[in-house]
Design a protein around this ligand. Structure first.
Ligand code: AMP
Ligand code: ZN
Length: 482
């Protein structure tokens, strides 16, 4: 089946036809490293890594590039506040970013270019724009002349005249047009700077992504992604800078994820309504946060609340417990299933798995509809559980269950929803398993109205740093914040 992708540039779903057959060049705008990233930022990091791995699963050779913005106003502000060198701040949070990604089970990109290590590439691109007459210098700054590029606005659907009329863009009387944006900022005292033919300074944010994406992926590449707040001005400006001279064709498909919201508002550093991925990971397994994002379509907004994350945790336990039980059963090894040799009920279950499996893949091929795919996954788990818990499991049903286990693992290679032996130290796995058993026993005690014992388990667990919340259908256990 062919793959379709919603392209922000054309505002429709398009068939995915790579620039070079069998290969995909994929660029994601990465973090500005001045603080820990929040769970809103985690959304693009998680979903686009899943898409990249799904493309690999589909047989594409993918080159995935995620930049690191390590020179920027925010880093400089923090360095002034804390009286530390900007590089020290950037290095500290780059390290934290990579640690948190690992905990979130995000696979490292193939290239993680740092802005400060690509200044000469940016200078070369600015030089091109100046030579072409589409950029101009002004007291050591360099600006892009928006009116000289007639494609400006094609990604965001904005028109220059409307933008000018409503210009809330910084007013700088010196610029030819208030919409012109900085490619290069002249050095100010105490700020990091590099030498350029037009004077000392540092690059603007937009030029960084144009220069680094083309350096690693070429003049024409397949996918450029980021959160929807990046459509304007960041991605619009990237297109202008890259296509302004007519020398580069730049990205073909533009993908944007929707916002993570909290109490109806976008989660953002500036609004102080954020939770860092670090904090959340102390209280929930990474897989729960991954499921939280993947159970929604990447373009839809998602609401965060603790209740929603708790519900997601309950759902995740269903999946994880099923997988754990499949592992515990020591199912017979199989090389290949011959459906005709299976008994009728086993054959029926096998066909059910195959049907849902192909529907999962089809959903992901349709603009990465992970929400639909996860729905199918849980249907498989539900049926699988029914079979697993049936009184007697015939050998051929066991064979099909083993087949299912292998297929679950295959999907999980890009979804990352299962806690598998290799992911965790065995002590973490053991602890999870023991907590599960305790919860199960306690639920039975409660069902039998043996409150005293049930309370005792809760109290002892609380003393040990866990909290149990009793919900209508199920109890939930959480590690307390440390
Ligand atoms: P920043 O470090 O602010 O440049 O953001 C890094 C990435 O996170 C960008 O792709 C943003 O678009 C994305 N992002 C920021 N806030 C949110 C949010 N609340 N929901 C989803 N994505 C976000
Ligand atoms: Zn970018």
């Amino acid at each position: 089946m062919s793959l379709t992708i919603y392209n922000t540039l054309t505002r429709k779903k398009e068939e995915f036809i790579p620039v070079e057959s069998g290969k995909v060049g994929f660029y994601l705008c990465g973090p500005t490293v001045y603080d820990y990233f929040h769970i809103g930022n985690a959304r693009p990091f998680i979903v686009f890594d899943v898409f990249r791995r799904f493309l690999q699963y589909r047989g594409f050779e993918v080159t995935y590039v995620v930049n690191i913005t390590d020179v920027d106003d925010k880093i400089i502000n923090k360095s002034n506040q804390e009286n530390r060198a900007p590089k020290e701040i950037a290095d500290e949070y780059t390290k934290a970013y990579l640690e948190d990604l690992k905990k979130l089970k995000v696979k490292l990109a193939d290239v993680l270019p740092k802005a400060t290590e690509h200044i000469s590439d940016m200078i070369a691109l600015i030089r091109e724009l100046l030579d072409h007459g589409i950029a101009y210098t002004l007291n050591g700054d360099v600006y892009f002349s928006v009116e000289k590029y007639n494609g400006y606005g094609k990604l965001s659907g904005k028109h220059i005249e409307d933008l000018k009329a409503g210009a809330r863009v910084e007013i700088d009387e010196r610029k030819n047009n208030p919409l012109d944006f900085a490619l290069w900022k002249a050095a100010k005292p105490g700020e990091p700077f590099w030498e350029a033919p037009w004077g000392k300074g540092r690059p603007g944010w937009h030029i960084e992504c144009s220069a680094m994406s083309m350096k690693y992926l070429g003049d024409r590449f397949d996918i450029h992604a980021g959160g929807e707040d990046l459509i304007f001005p960041h991605h619009e400006n990237e297109i202008a800078q890259s296509c302004g001279t007519g020398k580069h064709a730049f990205a073909k498909y533009w993908l944007h994820n929707g916002f993570l919201k909290i109490r109806g508002e976008k989660m953002a550093k500036s609004k102080r309504n954020f939770l860092t991925a670090r904090e959340i990971l102390k209280r929930y397994p990474a897989e729960v946060l991954r499921l939280f994002f993947l159970q929604k379509h990447y373009r839809s907004p998602i609401n965060y609340s603790e209740e929603i994350l708790d519900e997601t945790q309950v759902a995740w336990h269903r999946l994880q417990n099923f997988y754990r039980e499949l592992n515990a059963k020591k199912l017979p090894e199989i090389n290949e299933i011959v459906p005709d040799r299976l008994s009728a009920p086993a054959q029926k279950f096998f066909r059910f798995i195959e049907q849902n499996r192909s529907e999962m893949a089809a959903a992901l091929e349709d603009d990465f509809n992970s929400a639909k795919a996860i729905g199918k996954l849980f249907e498989i788990v539900k049926e699988g559980n029914r079979l697993l818990n049936s009184e007697e499991i015939s050998t051929d049903k066991q064979v099909v269950l083993n087949y299912l286990k292998k297929k679950l693992e295959e999907f999980d290679d890009f979804l990352g929803l299962l806690s598998r032996e290799a992911d965790n130290s065995s002590s973490e796995n053991d602890l999870e398993a023991i907590l599960e058993i305790l919860l199960e026993v306690r639920n039975e005690l409660r069902e039998n109205k043996m409150w005293e014992l049930a309370d005792k388990i809760r109290n002892r667990l609380t003393e040990a740093g866990f909290s149990i919340e009793d919900r209508a259908k199920q109890s939930i256990i959480k590690k307390n914040k440390s």
